[in-house]
Write a protein that binds this ligand. Structure first.
Ligand SMILES: [Zn+2]
Ligand SMILES: [Zn+2]
Length: 178
Protein backbone atom coordinates (compact mmCIF):
# COMPACT_ATOMS: atom_id res chain seq x y z
CA UNK A 1 0.00 0.00 0.00
CA UNK A 2 1.19 3.46 -0.81
CA UNK A 3 2.14 5.04 2.50
CA UNK A 4 1.88 8.56 1.17
CA UNK A 5 -1.92 8.27 0.97
CA UNK A 6 -3.33 10.40 3.78
CA UNK A 7 -5.95 9.07 6.12
CA UNK A 8 -8.46 11.58 4.74
CA UNK A 9 -8.22 10.49 1.15
CA UNK A 10 -8.39 6.83 2.19
CA UNK A 11 -11.53 7.46 4.23
CA UNK A 12 -13.01 9.49 1.42
CA UNK A 13 -12.40 6.72 -1.06
CA UNK A 14 -13.92 4.17 1.28
CA UNK A 15 -16.99 6.37 1.67
CA UNK A 16 -17.43 6.62 -2.06
CA UNK A 17 -17.03 2.90 -2.46
CA UNK A 18 -19.86 2.03 -0.08
CA UNK A 19 -22.74 1.51 -2.41
CA UNK A 20 -26.10 3.05 -1.73
CA UNK A 21 -27.70 -0.17 -0.55
CA UNK A 22 -25.21 -0.86 2.21
CA UNK A 23 -25.91 2.64 3.48
CA UNK A 24 -29.66 2.10 3.68
CA UNK A 25 -29.95 1.53 7.40
CA UNK A 26 -27.29 4.08 8.37
CA UNK A 27 -28.30 7.58 9.50
CA UNK A 28 -29.16 9.77 6.53
CA UNK A 29 -26.26 12.04 5.50
CA UNK A 30 -28.65 15.04 5.68
CA UNK A 31 -28.70 14.72 9.50
CA UNK A 32 -32.45 14.31 9.72
CA UNK A 33 -31.84 11.48 12.24
CA UNK A 34 -33.90 9.11 10.09
CA UNK A 35 -32.17 6.27 8.27
CA UNK A 36 -31.04 6.87 4.69
CA UNK A 37 -33.68 4.46 3.35
CA UNK A 38 -36.44 6.34 5.17
CA UNK A 39 -35.17 9.76 4.21
CA UNK A 40 -33.20 10.78 1.14
CA UNK A 41 -32.44 7.44 -0.55
CA UNK A 42 -35.86 7.01 -2.24
CA UNK A 43 -35.50 10.51 -3.70
CA UNK A 44 -32.02 9.79 -5.01
CA UNK A 45 -33.30 6.59 -6.58
CA UNK A 46 -36.26 8.43 -8.11
CA UNK A 47 -38.70 6.20 -6.21
CA UNK A 48 -40.39 9.03 -4.36
CA UNK A 49 -41.42 12.54 -5.47
CA UNK A 50 -39.71 15.51 -3.86
CA UNK A 51 -42.54 16.48 -1.56
CA UNK A 52 -41.14 19.85 -0.53
CA UNK A 53 -38.34 22.25 -1.31
CA UNK A 54 -36.69 21.28 1.98
CA UNK A 55 -36.85 17.56 1.13
CA UNK A 56 -35.22 18.27 -2.21
CA UNK A 57 -32.56 20.43 -0.59
CA UNK A 58 -31.76 17.71 1.93
CA UNK A 59 -31.56 15.08 -0.80
CA UNK A 60 -29.15 17.24 -2.80
CA UNK A 61 -26.94 17.62 0.27
CA UNK A 62 -27.02 13.82 0.77
CA UNK A 63 -26.11 13.39 -2.90
CA UNK A 64 -23.08 15.63 -2.39
CA UNK A 65 -22.10 13.53 0.64
CA UNK A 66 -22.14 10.27 -1.30
CA UNK A 67 -20.92 11.72 -4.60
CA UNK A 68 -24.12 11.23 -6.63
CA UNK A 69 -23.44 14.14 -8.99
CA UNK A 70 -25.87 12.88 -11.62
CA UNK A 71 -28.71 13.42 -9.12
CA UNK A 72 -27.48 16.92 -8.32
CA UNK A 73 -27.30 17.87 -12.00
CA UNK A 74 -30.75 16.38 -12.57
CA UNK A 75 -32.34 18.39 -9.75
CA UNK A 76 -31.35 21.86 -10.99
CA UNK A 77 -34.15 23.78 -12.67
CA UNK A 78 -34.03 23.59 -16.43
CA UNK A 79 -33.18 27.30 -16.64
CA UNK A 80 -30.25 27.02 -14.24
CA UNK A 81 -28.95 23.83 -15.82
CA UNK A 82 -28.86 25.36 -19.30
CA UNK A 83 -27.61 28.82 -18.30
CA UNK A 84 -24.81 27.49 -16.12
CA UNK A 85 -24.05 24.48 -18.30
CA UNK A 86 -24.43 22.11 -15.33
CA UNK A 87 -23.27 18.54 -15.84
CA UNK A 88 -22.48 15.74 -13.40
CA UNK A 89 -18.89 15.78 -14.60
CA UNK A 90 -18.46 19.52 -13.96
CA UNK A 91 -20.01 19.14 -10.50
CA UNK A 92 -17.69 16.27 -9.66
CA UNK A 93 -14.70 18.29 -10.78
CA UNK A 94 -15.63 21.35 -8.74
CA UNK A 95 -16.28 19.23 -5.63
CA UNK A 96 -12.67 18.06 -5.71
CA UNK A 97 -11.68 16.52 -2.39
CA UNK A 98 -14.36 18.24 -0.31
CA UNK A 99 -15.73 16.20 2.60
CA UNK A 100 -19.19 17.24 3.77
CA UNK A 101 -19.50 17.33 7.54
CA UNK A 102 -22.83 18.71 8.59
CA UNK A 103 -26.09 20.29 7.45
CA UNK A 104 -28.18 22.63 9.53
CA UNK A 105 -31.49 23.97 8.22
CA UNK A 106 -32.00 27.51 9.51
CA UNK A 107 -35.41 28.21 8.05
CA UNK A 108 -37.63 26.72 5.36
CA UNK A 109 -40.74 28.01 3.62
CA UNK A 110 -42.59 26.62 0.62
CA UNK A 111 -40.02 27.60 -2.02
CA UNK A 112 -37.08 28.89 0.02
CA UNK A 113 -34.61 27.11 2.29
CA UNK A 114 -31.93 28.83 4.35
CA UNK A 115 -29.21 26.45 5.49
CA UNK A 116 -25.65 26.11 6.67
CA UNK A 117 -23.57 23.33 5.16
CA UNK A 118 -20.18 22.59 6.68
CA UNK A 119 -17.38 21.01 4.73
CA UNK A 120 -13.71 20.30 5.00
CA UNK A 121 -11.01 20.52 2.44
CA UNK A 122 -7.63 19.32 3.63
CA UNK A 123 -7.47 20.77 7.17
CA UNK A 124 -9.72 23.76 6.58
CA UNK A 125 -13.38 23.85 7.57
CA UNK A 126 -15.82 25.95 5.57
CA UNK A 127 -19.34 27.11 6.24
CA UNK A 128 -21.66 27.69 3.33
CA UNK A 129 -24.59 29.77 4.52
CA UNK A 130 -27.08 30.07 1.72
CA UNK A 131 -30.65 31.00 1.04
CA UNK A 132 -31.79 28.78 -1.82
CA UNK A 133 -34.74 29.29 -4.12
CA UNK A 134 -36.69 26.40 -5.60
CA UNK A 135 -39.24 26.04 -8.40
CA UNK A 136 -41.65 23.29 -9.30
CA UNK A 137 -41.26 21.63 -12.69
CA UNK A 138 -43.47 18.70 -13.70
CA UNK A 139 -44.66 18.34 -10.09
CA UNK A 140 -41.08 18.06 -8.82
CA UNK A 141 -39.17 20.62 -6.79
CA UNK A 142 -35.95 21.81 -8.43
CA UNK A 143 -33.10 24.02 -7.23
CA UNK A 144 -33.11 27.31 -9.13
CA UNK A 145 -30.71 29.74 -7.46
CA UNK A 146 -29.21 30.79 -4.16
CA UNK A 147 -27.82 33.80 -2.31
CA UNK A 148 -24.64 33.23 -0.35
CA UNK A 149 -24.96 34.92 3.03
CA UNK A 150 -22.34 37.04 4.78
CA UNK A 151 -20.81 34.59 7.22
CA UNK A 152 -19.96 32.01 4.55
CA UNK A 153 -16.36 31.01 4.10
CA UNK A 154 -13.52 29.70 6.17
CA UNK A 155 -14.65 28.76 9.66
CA UNK A 156 -12.53 29.66 12.65
CA UNK A 157 -12.82 26.61 14.87
CA UNK A 158 -10.38 25.53 17.56
CA UNK A 159 -9.61 21.91 18.40
CA UNK A 160 -11.28 22.16 21.82
CA UNK A 161 -14.40 23.92 20.53
CA UNK A 162 -17.71 22.08 20.42
CA UNK A 163 -18.00 20.36 17.05
CA UNK A 164 -20.09 21.96 14.33
CA UNK A 165 -22.24 18.85 14.11
CA UNK A 166 -23.82 19.60 17.49
CA UNK A 167 -23.35 16.12 18.91
CA UNK A 168 -21.71 17.27 22.13
CA UNK A 169 -18.21 16.18 21.14
CA UNK A 170 -15.20 18.42 20.79
CA UNK A 171 -14.04 19.23 17.27
CA UNK A 172 -10.76 17.38 17.82
CA UNK A 173 -12.66 14.18 18.72
CA UNK A 174 -15.13 14.49 15.88
CA UNK A 175 -15.04 16.20 12.49
CA UNK A 176 -11.38 17.12 12.66
CA UNK A 177 -10.69 13.40 12.24
CA UNK A 178 -12.84 12.98 9.17
ZN1 LIG B 1 -32.05 12.71 4.39
ZN1 LIG C 1 -18.43 16.74 14.21
Amino acid sequence: MNKSISLDSTTDKANHNINQNSRSTLPCPCKSQASFERCCQPLLKGEKPTGSAEALMRSRYSAYCIGDYAYIAHTYSERARIEQNITAEALRESAGTTIWLHLSIVEASQDTVEFKAFSKEKATVYCMHERSYFVKENEQWRYDSGDMLGDSGRLKIKRNDACICENGKKFKHCCERR
